[in-house]
Design a protein around this ligand. Structure first.
Ligand SMILES: C[S@@+](CC[C@H](N)C(=O)[O-])C[C@H]1O[C@@H](n2cnc3c(N)ncnc32)[C@H](O)[C@@H]1O
Length: 337
């Protein structure tokens, strides 16, 4: 079965690889580090047994240094949590699942894990890493088996391009994402695909998360409701569309191909995300934050910003007790554009 949209980052660690060009995504990980630490420590503290296992999944992990820095942050947070309880000699073993689409360069990830071989001092929590190649828009884990879900810079990718666009039932006027000339009906199609995907994602993860589990999501979005304020992301796709159009005009690309090509993408507003989470009645939002960073990967100053949204969903209060009230929901922290 073909997984999701077939999106994948450039493999390997050469000059043009994702691994060598993921500084922008690294900025998001650095920005959310305090939230990540707090969430992991809360999950760790909630594991009451002297010996316990914490299952942690990174969804859309890709390949490169960001995957490793996430693992290292989690290990650090678990370490400081168990150190505090030294007298009780608590041991928390961490089982990591690194998830991405099957086309991801998992080999690079596994090879780079060798760097962690020497990490294991006597106090380092024991940890194990496995790959999980499958779309996160499908069931990934047995029910109530995961303590912490993390996803950074991935959830703006849709499971597919809306069918009405790929079949050319509706045309996007030469755009490949939402651009200035995109018809309102086409905007609606992108929005609806996002709603379907995000609702599915929340439902699947809710079933897989243990009671007391948490989820931290960071993805690209819009600062407000205005559809064209997705800043540089929208501009970027407009520039690509212009280049493709010039190839059509030169007869080097067939017009029908450009007409049927759209990017499986959508950058929601905070309001849209909040509404869907609240409507699902599955999670409580513990923290939602919108932050911006410079579009230039090497420039850490403000200006020419890109907006990101970071959501953290946290502990479940009395999950699976029946009914659909607040008592069944799990917390979520969010938003970073
Ligand atoms: C920009 S990369 C972010 C990688 C990493 N989290 C980071 O912070 O550097 C987005 C990743 O999401 C993955 N992705 C997109 N759609 C996905 C899906 N439906 N299921 C799993 N992974 C997906 C892509 O393959 C890609 O590796």
């Amino acid at each position: 079965m073909k997984e999701a949209s077939g999106v994948r980052m450039v493999t390997g660690n050469g000059e043009n690889s994702y691994a060598a060009n993921s500084r922008l995504q690294e900025k998001a990980i650095l920005e959310t580090r305090p939230v990540l630490r707090k969430a992991i420590q809360e999950v760790c503290t909630s594991l009451s047994a002297r010996r316990s296992t914490m299952v942690v999944a990174d969804l859309g992990c890709s390949s490169g240094p960001n995957t490793l820095s996430f693992i290292s942050e989690v290990i650090g947070a678990v370490h400081s949590c168990t150190r505090k309880s030294e007298e009780e000699r608590r041991v928390v073993e961490v089982q990591f699942f690194l998830n991405d689409l099957p086309g991801n360069d998992f080999n690079l990830v596994f090879r780079s894990l060798e760097q962690f071989e020497d990490l294991g001092g006597k106090d380092t929590p024991p940890f194990y890493v496995a790959g999980l190649p499958r779309s996160y828009y499908r069931k990934l884990f047995p029910s109530r088996s995961v303590h912490f879900f993390h996803s950074s810079y991935s959830l703006m990718w849709r499971s597919k391009v809306p069918e009405e666009l790929s079949s050319c039932t509706h045309l996007n006027e030469g755009n490949i994402y939402i651009g200035k000339t995109t018809p309102p009906m086409v905007i609606k199609l992108f929005q609806e695909q996002f709603k379907k995907d995000f609702e599915l994602f929340l439902t699947l993860r809710f079933k897989e998360l243990v009671s007391g589990g948490r989820m931290l999501l960071t993805f690209l979005g819009r600062k407000n409701e205005e559809m064209m304020t997705h800043g540089e992301v929208g501009t970027l796709y407009e520039l690509v569309a212009e280049s493709l159009l010039s190839l059509v005009l030169k007869g080097r690309v067939e017009k029908e191909k450009l007409d049927s090509f759209n990017v499986p993408y959508y950058t929601p507003s905070v309001k849209e995300v909040r509404e869907l989470i609240n409507k699902s009645r599955l999670f409580d939002i513990e923290h939602a934050r919108l932050f911006e960073s410079n579009w230039d990967p090497q420039d850490d100053l403000d200006g020419d910003v890109i907006t990101r949204l970071c959501w953290q969903r946290g502990k479940c209060r009395q999950l699976h007790k029946g009914g659909d009230g607040a008592a069944n929901r799990r917390p979520l922290w969010g938003g970073h554009y």
